[in-house]
Design a protein around this ligand. Structure first.
Ligand SMILES: [Zn+2]
Length: 211
């Protein structure tokens, strides 16, 4: 379940990067379209003021008048292009927004599932001390792969595969973690499976971990 969610999160992450790149591209197109329109507007304004001033020969003024007509057509074409590009920019922005929201929802889900897993690992730990084998409902909560890992570690470490991290100490080997390890754990995402560097047991973060 966690792996599946992590894959979804990774997929969304790369979709988002692609969408952001597409948005950047279309935003550059918008800027260019705006500049193209502005160029024609400026030229029209210059022509219009020359026409209004009425200076120059009748032939000159007629040429300016013709140019103004073709500039008006050109402006209208460029404004259509601008509109089309702006619509695409809006769609690209909406896509980035949608993917950002979806990604944060999946990330929250990953954190929740990881917290559930950690709680189940702690149960597994308590259970193993009593009966020696994990209960089926706990196996379901933790996942078969992780239980297999847990069992392997348990077999190699005197019957305790997972241990709670409390007051900077591993509940398995009772050794205090150094600052480097504590900082690494602090920075680790909630879904990362932590191992004690000393005894290799699975470390479960708790509210009293000292993080
Ligand atoms: Zn340890």
């Amino acid at each position: 379940m966690l792996t599946e969610l992590e894959q979804r999160a990774a997929g969304l992450e790369s979709d988002l990067v692609r969408a952001q790149t597409a948005l950047g591209d279309v935003q550059r197109e918008v800027a260019k379209a705006e500049a193209d329109v502005q160029l024609v507007r400026d030229r029209s304004a210059r022509d219009q003021s020359r026409l209004d001033a009425g200076t120059g020969s009748a032939k000159d003024l007629q040429a300016i008048s013709h140019e103004l007509q073709s500039l008006a057509r050109r402006q209208s074409e460029l404004e259509d292009v601008e509109l089309e590009v702006m619509e695409r920019a809006e769609a690209a922005e909406a896509e980035v927004g949608r993917l950002t929201a979806e990604r944060s929802a999946v990330r929250n889900e990953v954190d929740e599932v990881a917290a559930t897993r950690d709680a189940a690992l702690a149960d597994l730990d308590a259970e193993a001390k009593q009966v020696g084998a994990p209960r089926a409902d706990i196996v379901a909560g933790v996942g078969e792969d992780l239980v297999a890992l847990y069992e392997k570690i348990r077999a190699n470490s005197g019957g305790l595969g997972a241990a709670a991290l409390r007051q900077r100490r591993c509940g398995g080997c009772q050794l205090e973690l150094n600052n480097v390890d504590m900082n690494r754990i602090k920075a680790a995402p909630a879904d990362e499976l932590l191992r004690c560097e000393e005894c290799r047991r699975i470390l479960v973060r708790t509210a009293e971990s000292g993080l």
